[in-house]
Design a protein around this ligand. Sequence first.
Ligand SMILES: Cc1cc2nc3c(=O)[nH]c(=O)nc-3n(C[C@H](O)[C@H](O)[C@H](O)COP(=O)(O)O)c2cc1C
Length: 308
Amino acid sequence: MLEINISGLKLKSPIILASGILGVSCSTMKRVINSGAGAVTTKSIGPKPRIGYKNPSIIEVYPETFLNSVGLGNPGIDDFVSEIKEIKNYNFPLIVSVFGDNIDSYLEVALKAENAGADALEINISCPHAEISCIGINKDLTHSVITELKKRIKIPIFVKLNPNVTDICEIALASENAGADAVVAINTLEAMIIDVNVKRPILSHGSGGLSGRAIHPIAVKKVYDLYKVLKIPIIGCGGICEWKDVVEFFLAGASAVQIGTALYQGFDIISKINYNLINYLEEKDYHSISDIRGLAHQYKVQEVPDFD
Ligand SMILES: Cc1cc2nc3c(=O)[nH]c(=O)nc-3n(C[C@H](O)[C@H](O)[C@H](O)COP(=O)(O)O)c2cc1C
């Protein structure tokens, strides 16, 4: 019932681990899979090791809603290759998230990840708090990066979209036209909180990216809009905390979903969501979660009324 096929990847559940959460070591990724996830996405990996920003770099703003600016800290692809190879011993679908600061470095990381055994690549063009990897605010740059990657990479390429743009559909269409196999919507939303006593932003970097429950309705709307214009599949991401959030993403048009922030509650959340999704589908007499994809679009929303 929950099995899906996304760009040729066969997943036992539509729930994928989102990039940046528990995705740097084989042992934690194995635990995520054992808790019922269909695939894992690694932390975004770049051409060189990066320390990232100093603490405080993550803070809970409201219940289940976080602001972070970890700043793409990662071990670098040369070091990470051995982790990818180890993960491949366990035979579960592995999506490696890659970033660079120009086309050549994206390509270098992508090729190394593919050679090490990644099943798909997620191209992070969208980190809101690191100046590099912000290609995704420009449709022409996005088109160039994805076109070059598609010329050399054989495994599926997913593009992680930046919600901090005027028109996310424009960037998604540029990705699709360049040959992307799917898009992931959305990355975190640019945000800031200021301490009123010390009168300075709380995060060391100043601004950060908002994730978790508060961004879910925003992510649903982006998926809904993207479904109207794209032919390639959409992976919904943002604020999944319970099974209903997954259903909403599918009804808006997603073909799979990613979960990140809510995992701070523990790994069990994934098995609970899977269990409740099956109950929902059985109760409503659906055979597969894919049967509900895009159904919210059948409802004709009210147009803006004319002035009398
Ligand atoms: C601490 C933290 C680190 C993140 N690091 C990355 C990253 O390296 N690459 C990336 O594409 N997204 C990263 N993200 C964004 C998540 O993958 C996801 O798009 C976002 O958090 C929304 O999903 P969520 O509300 O389920 O967490 C990070 C998010 C958090 C909270």
